[in-house]
Write a protein that binds this ligand. Structure first.
Ligand code: GLA
Length: 324
């Protein structure tokens, strides 16, 4: 492998998955986006298309158009496909708010949703984020519509329902739990309890949205190891690196590159074999889409710039995968 090889080539060569999250519109309309994904990544995650809101225009209907387009693109290019996400408290359908359900109706609705969605993609999605962000920032079970109706057992049921219709590997996914800290301690306990109850969970996704905060890579490695020791696979599922606005270093692209390198090294050292960044290039990062975010954080957190040209972080990652 030489320095002329693409990120995808060097990753594939050492059995590593390097991924990006995709939106169907850019895939259809933007050739440089499409080419970048095809040439540089061997793993993909639909960014929004598999969330309940976009998928469920009405209570009894589904719209798989965008999700199918992204999953089909992944399969056609021989990529690893992560499904995101079956159960979450955000991005619920608009009609949901006005629905006056009983606990039993909600449970049936969620079971049918999981059976339909995970079942549809049983041959095409390799891994699912079954439950996203069930733990609150203070480490307690987050109060959500799902927890309200079923208590903590909603996690058990969600994983069981998914395992009834797919052989994909099944993950719990969360943010702010990348290093050893109070939140990851709580998640560690939650997942240990799920395993004790024989819930079919295979792994944990560490989102790794580094917004202003860059935890010590050693602590991230230690965190990865303790979940692996539970028998869980660990993947980095939503990485990006931004700085607090007004407090960014002058050489922020270099510093960003150094942090991407450190995280890739932590992956190689621990045997974590999957790193997905949240977006493809800076122009479509979620940090540009939320109104107040550009004021809070720098908005160029990814490996490719607005024109899909590779940034220092891209070269740092490629070099690490060649030499590390
Ligand atoms: C969370 C969710 C993702 C996405 C990101 C940023 O991390 O898991 O689906 O919404 O926030 O937008």
């Amino acid at each position: 492998m030489s320095n002329d090889s693409s990120l995808k080539e060097v990753a594939t060569d050492r059995g590593f998955r390097i991924g990006a999250t995709l939106n169907a519109q850019s895939l259809r309309n933007d050739p440089s986006y499409w080419k970048t994904v095809r040439n540089e990544f061997n793993a993909i995650t639909p960014e929004n298309a598999l969330k309940m809101g976009p998928l469920r225009p009405a209570r009894n209907t589904y719209d798989f158009t965008d999700a199918d387009a992204i999953v089909d693109f992944g399969r056609a290019n021989d990529m690893y496909v992560r499904g995101h996400t079956l159960v979450w408290h955000n991005q619920l359908p608009n009609w949901f708010q006005a629905w006056e359900y009983t606990d039993e109706q909600l449970e049936t609705f969620l079971r049918d949703h999981i059976h339909t969605v995970a079942g549809r993609y049983r041959a095409t999605v390799d891994a699912w984020d079954v439950v996203n962000e069930a733990v609150a920032d203070d480490g307690t079970l987050r109060e959500t519509v799902w927890a309200d109706a079923m208590g903590e057992k909603y996690l058990d049921r969600a994983f069981r329902w998914a395992s009834e219709v797919t052989d994909a590997t099944l993950y719990y996914n969360d943010y702010g739990a990348d290093a050893v800290n109070e939140k990851s301690d709580s998640i560690y306990t939650l997942l240990s309890n799920l395993l004790e109850r024989d819930v079919p969970i295979d792994g944990i996704g560490l989102q790794c949205h580094f917004l202003g905060d860059r935890p010590a890579p050693e602590s991230i490695a230690e965190n990865i190891r303790r979940f692996q020791e539970l028998g869980l696979d660990v993947q980095i599922t939503e990485m990006d690196v931004a700085f607090t606005a007004g407090d960014a270093p002058d050489d922020r692209c270099q510093e960003q590159a150094a942090y991407y390198r450190a995280i890739a090294e932590a992956c190689l050292e621990t045997g974590c074999d999957t790193l997905v960044q949240w977006g493809v290039n800076d122009a479509n990062s979620w940090l540009r889409q939320f109104k107040d975010f550009p004021e809070r954080y720098t908005d160029d957190p990814l490996l490719f710039d607005d024109n899909c040209d590779p940034k220092p972080a891209y070269h740092a990652l490629t070099d690490t995968l060649i030499d590390g």
